[in-house]
Write a protein that binds this ligand. Structure first.
Ligand SMILES: Nc1ncnc2c1ncn2[C@@H]1O[C@H](COP(=O)(O)OP(=O)(O)O)[C@@H](O)[C@H]1O
Ligand SMILES: [Mg+2]
Length: 231
């Protein structure tokens, strides 16, 4: 195992008075939140309460209409600044896996490294590491469609960690899986997060998942932090 996949050090994230409106709709109405380095925060709340919007703001896929996001001491987003996703050292995992069907598992996982110009030999070592960390060693040559849903989500997880990001963002990653797979993958994600030491923000509407994974659970309602439970 190379040091690269494991060397990720988490960033600390702080949100201050974060606002997001879409036209006349106010989705986030002043979010204040701290995610300490190396910890996992679960965002819970009903459908439509703004969880994915908050993740997009953290990712830099959306610029906030007000307030500020800091990664350590750096302002990455405000009403006048918005660092692009590639400047934020992120990995993301979505509900629908978002894998490229025409590419092998290994090529999917290698993609973020290719984008950073990392050479082929190093790429393939790091892809092997990431695949073995998610329990998919030896499956790099397969196409995603030849894998089960749970395995496909593990590929997405490998792709998210391969570049040793400082922040991992999860948007309901287990919602498409049946219960047994969900439980197993949830346990494995928890073990992986403690092993990597990466900071994570994990969106879910499943309280059990939040309790299994998170150091802090944040419940959103009406665009605000309704409740914050530290564990
Ligand atoms: N780009 C957008 N334009 C307009 N409305 C949006 C946009 N993105 C999200 N919304 C609205 O913001 C609200 C919160 O959405 P979202 O963050 O996806 O909620 P959640 O992930 O908690 O289900 C919803 O009412 C949604 O329709
Ligand atoms: Mg959502």
């Amino acid at each position: 195992m190379t040091s690269d996949t494991r060397a990720s050090q988490g960033v600390s994230v702080s949100l201050r008075a974060l606002h997001q409106t879409f036209g006349a709709t106010r989705v986030l109405d002043g979010i204040d939140l701290d995610v300490p380095a190396g910890t996992t925060t679960a965002l819970l709340g009903p459908s439509g309460c703004g969880k994915s919007t908050l993740l997009k703001l953290l990712a830099g896929l959306l610029a906030p209409t007000g307030g500020e996001i800091r990664f350590d001491d750096t302002v990455v987003a405000s009403d006048s600044i918005c660092h692009a996703p590639e400047r934020r050292s992120l990995g993301m995992v979505f509900q629908d896996y978002a894998l490229w069907p025409h590419m092998s598992v290994a090529a999917n996982v290698a993609f973020p490294l290719e984008m950073r110009g990392i050479k082929r030999a190093e790429r393939s070592d790091r892809v092997e590491d990431a695949l073995s960390l998610v329990g998919l060693a030896g499956l790099g040559a397969r196409r995603p469609q030849a894998l089960s849903g749970g395995q496909q989500q593990r590929v997405a997880l490998a792709r998210a960690i391969v570049s040793a990001p400082r922040l991992l963002l999860f948007d309901e990653p287990l919602s498409n899986l049946d219960r047994d797979l969900r439980t197993r993958l949830c346990t494995d994600i928890g073990a992986l997060l403690s092993r990597l030491g990466t900071t994570a923000v994990y969106v879910t509407h499943d309280r059990d998942e939040a309790e299994a994974l998170a150091d802090q659970i944040v419940i959103l309602a009406h665009g605000r932090v309704d409740k914050r439970i530290t564990r």
